[in-house]
Design a protein around this ligand. Structure first.
Ligand code: NAD
Ligand code: LMR
Length: 330
């Protein structure tokens, strides 16, 4: 018997990430090749015509799994009964900006959308915030939505998967190993240059990749800055922020959350439960495994002095961002 369709909301549907994302969701790459979807597309009033154009193209693909779609500029409609919500719609940064420079402008979007999710979404909705600065925007959406008492804080996540995938590619190139053989990477903290891509536990076919590379200077002077500043390097090269790789990471994040990571570690920005000394509630990149629609933080990892310094550094930035939006949430 055919499965019941899953309602998927995508905000910023007329944007560049939206254009890389929607066709892959509709073709079954996110929720499975046997899972029909209904797309609920939210964008601003002035973008509705462009959203209609994207919907025409979606129709023209004749995707067997696309069971329906709507376009709206009303969050109450877009989030009604939604089971998976991808919060992409927000202003991207330009050259010379940091992601946190977007906070004042973008934060309000996430109070409005958080409130709509809190009132109208399916109570088990899985929310991924992509719009930057994504950790703090997820924090805002979580804080606003959970006031309505229907959706739990743990349902709000932020996208660190792009950083995870970027780090995997750099490690594969440096070690000469296949990217698919690399296991047990984590990117701790904020989706910002302060993030800490921690490769101490990475293995490839049983070999420790840090030992294979055996070059701590490369770690500090090349690997960490390359991963941390990759978003800016793409803006510099393309004149626009990453889009297809961001959409790909969003698909990876939700697919693993819904369908399971088969015991492998993946990085998700999630509300801390206090693990590893990260204050409860902060949205922080953690290593998790996923099964049955739930994520679980990988426990028991040794945190050496270098790692603790890096984890505290990225935490401090998140605490500053949180303080910056305290008024908005009061
Ligand atoms: P874009 O400018 O191409 O598209 C943004 C879309 O969002 C536009 O269609 C705009 O009309 C819409 N929008 C703006 N405010 C909205 C609102 N209140 N409700 C609904 N829609 C709204 O931008 P993009 O390149 O698609 O990037 C979107 C966001 O994703 C940016 O904030 C960018 O920095 C972020 N991003 C995050 C990551 C990550 O790894 N977390 C990666 C890449 C980009
Ligand atoms: C990225 O990492 O590519 C995105 O967050 C876009 C940006 O502003 O860097």
């Amino acid at each position: 018997m055919a499965k019941a369709p899953v309602r998927v909301t995508v905000t910023g549907a007329a944007g560049q990430i939206g254009y890389s994302l929607l066709f892959r969701i509709a073709s079954g790459e996110m929720l499975g090749k046997d899972q029909p979807v209904i797309l609920q597309l939210l964008d601003l009033p002035q973008a509705q015509k462009a959203v209609k154009g994207v919907m025409m193209e979606l129709e023209d693909c004749a995707f067997p799994l696309l069971a329906g779609m709507i376009a709206t500029d009303d969050p109450a409609v877009a989030f009604k009964d939604t089971q998976v919500a991808l919060l992409v719609g927000a202003r991207p940064r330009g050259p010379g900006m940091e992601r946190k420079d977007l906070l004042t402008e973008n934060a309000k979007i996430f109070t409005v959308q958080g409130a709509a999710i809190g009132q109208y979404a399916d109570p088990n909705v899985k929310v991924l915030v992509v719009g930057n600065p994504c950790n703090t925007n997820a924090y805002i959406a979580k804080a606003t939505a959970t006031k309505f008492g229907r959706v739990k804080p743990g349902n709000f996540t932020a996208m660190l998967r792009l950083d995870h995938n970027r780090a995997l590619s750099q490690l594969a190139a440096k070690s000469g190993r296949d990217v698919s053989s690399l296991k047990s990477l984590v990117v701790w903290g904020n989706h910002s240059p302060t993030m800490y891509a921690d490769y101490r536990y990475v293995t490839s076919n049983g070999d420790n990749v840090k030992a294979l590379i055996n070059d701590e200077t490369w770690n500090r002077d090349t690997f960490l800055p390359t991963v941390g500043k990759r978003g800016a390097a793409i803006i510099e090269a393309r004149g626009l922020s990453s889009a297809a790789s961001a959409a790909n990471a969003a698909i990876d994040h939700i697919r693993d959350w819904v369908l399971g990571s088969n015991g492998e570690w993946v990085t998700m920005g999630i509300p801390s439960d206090g693990s590893y000394g990260i204050p409860e509630g902060i949205i922080y990149g953690f290593p998790v495994t996923t099964a049955n629609g739930e994520y679980k933080i990988v426990q028991g990892l040794e945190i050496d002095e270098f790692s603790r310094d890096r984890m505290n550094f990225t935490l401090k930035e998140l605490e500053e961002e949180r303080a910056g939006v305290a008024d908005l949430l009061a």
